[in-house]
Design a protein around this ligand. Structure first.
Ligand code: UD1
Ligand code: CA
Length: 460
């Protein structure tokens, strides 16, 4: 006897009103479907099939190894999706076939396990729950307590619509019984589709079918609209943040911290509001992040301070400071104790230990040695309109304010550049490079200018 799973994910998700297949919408950085497949993997099935259709290629791309896609074309309803998967499974007599919708990301493996364990002795078992607002869900019909069928919301009479026990598209079937029931499905409903829900009514007519209640309706909340996606994402966020706080992370306001499931944090990390950490980002102990930080695939070292900043593919070393108002683009590496301050942008740039660029700079394709200081307004002119060029600055260099560093350029250790200089040639170690005209003073200019202005006023 094997445990086989079919995940239904071929629908177009009409209520999302978008071309992106519904199951690919991200929750905490991972597609909806990935969350469902995690729960499925938790019951260690012998086989997992995903029924794909709308956006089949894109959905197939996100499937983990060992999970097979089966294409349903055209998509004639959930019953038809199950027929398509069953045909791909081959012989299933005596096996347990678990059916799971691709759009319920909060489902837990424990619940799927309970469903599988309810099957022996009956042809089918199904998850049910009581929804405060059951609109849109199939209602579970019972007679004398026994499940006798499911009626879809759109096909239900007002009396049936009043039932608050709903079916949530999650079933366990004995293989032969499923095959027989699918063979009996018709399309005589409001949408002209094959409804998998009708399989329950057909099987209940010849033997008992078991309902397995789920206490918390949130667990089986489907994502059919953007509003439901936002609700489910908020719940996932609550769980992720609660887990990190339990692991020793400080959050001033966990309702305003947005962490991908793929991010990792050390105990003692401190997160202020409006922090978004995505992809492979990490934050080490005693680092302070936020308010207002958006970081993708970036690492923030121990004791670093990052606020009001955007980081993409950046490494912030131990005790380094970033912001407020800094943009760290891919290839940025800040060594321990370095600083990228206010209105500074970096790209493909390394700052050595304790090197500083405190104000108003663009540093692209540059290497800056330890303890060097980049004065306010200084810029690497790394692009000549055709190619990017490298700037190499040694250790303990003092770049005066508003220096234009025209790359390719090498500046030796302990060199100095005069404020306002346009540096086009390499500067040797310890030298001062200054490039600007001599200052000219014109005595009495201000008074003469005021007199000229007063004379014009009298003429008018
Ligand atoms: C379905 C159930 C309903 C249940 C509800 C919530 C039916 C007829 N209705 O309605 O009783 O209360 O789920 O769980 O089953 N899909 C396919 N191929 C298709 C159509 C759908 O693979 O041809 C997939 C969808 O991608 C989705 C799942 O099946 O993941 C459910 O389809 P959906 O359209 O969301 O059904 P509901 O209207 O929510
Ligand atoms: Ca649904």
């Amino acid at each position: 006897m094997s445990l086989r799973v079919m995940v239904l994910a071929a629908g177009r998700g009409t209520r999302m009103r978008s071309d992106l297949p519904k199951v690919l919408y991200a929750i905490a950085g991972r597609p909806l479907l990935a969350w469902v497949l995690d729960a499925v993997a938790g019951v260690s099935p012998d086989e997992t099939l995903v029924v794909v259709g709308h956006g089949a290629d894109r959905v197939t791309e996100v499937l983990p190894a060992g999970v097979r896609a089966v294409v349903q074309e055209p998509q004639l309803g959930t019953g038809h999706a199950a027929m398509t998967a069953l045909a791909a499974m081959g012989e299933v007599a005596g096996d347990t076939v678990l059916v799971v919708p691709g759009d319920t990301p909060l489902l837990r493996p424990e619940t799927l396990r309970a469903l599988v364990e309810a099957l022996p002795g009956v042809a089918a078992a199904l998850l049910t729950t009581r929804m405060p607002d059951p609109a849109g869900y199939g209602r579970v019909r019972r007679e004398g307590g026994r499940v006798v069928g499911i009626v879809e919301d759109r096909d239900a009479t007002p009396e049936l619509r009043a039932i608050d026990e709903v079916a949530v598209s999650t079933y366990a079937f004995e293989g032969t019984a499923l095959a027989a029931a699918l063979g009996g499905l018709a399309r005589d409903n409001d949408q002209g589709e094959y409804y998998l829900t009708d399989a329950i009514g057909l099987l209940a007519a010849s033997g008992p079918v078991r309902g397995v209640p789920v206490a918390d309706p949130a667990e089986v909340q489907g994502v059919n609209s953007h509003a439901q996606l936002a609700e489910v994402a908020a719940e996932v966020r609550r769980r992720i943040n609660a887990a990190w706080m339990a692991a020793g992370v400080w959050m001033l306001d966990p309702g305003r911290v947005y962490l991908d499931a793929t991010v990792s944090l050390e105990a003692g990390a401190r997160l202020y509001p409006e922090v978004h950490l995505e992809g492979s980002s990490t934050v080490a102990a005693e680092a302070e992040v936020g308010p207002q930080v958006f970081a993708v695939d970036s690492t923030i070292g121990p004791g670093a301070r990052v606020w009001y900043a955007v980081l993409r593919g950046a490494e912030v070393g131990e005790g380094a400071q970033v912001g407020p108002f800094a943009s760290l683009r891919p290839g940025t590496r800040l060594a321990a104790g370095s600083k990228v301050g206010t209105f500074v942008e970096t790209k493909n740039t390394t700052l050595g230990e304790e090197a500083k660029a405190p104000h108003l700079s663009y540093l692209g394709d540059a290497t800056i040695g330890a303890r060097s200081n980049i004065g306010a307004g200084s810029i690497t002119c790394n692009y000549d309109g055709y190619q990017k060029h490298q700037t190499t600055i040694g250790e303990e260099v003092f770049i005066g304010s508003d220096t234009m560093l025209v790359a390719p350029l090498t500046i030796g250790d302990r060199a100095v550049t005069g404020a306002g200089s346009v540096i086009t040639n390499d500067v040797e170690e310890g030298a001062l490079a200054v490039e600007r005209n001599e200052q000219r003073d014109i005595p009495g200019y201000s008074q003469r200018r005021a007199n000229r202005h007063a004379a014009r006023e009298t003429e008018d």
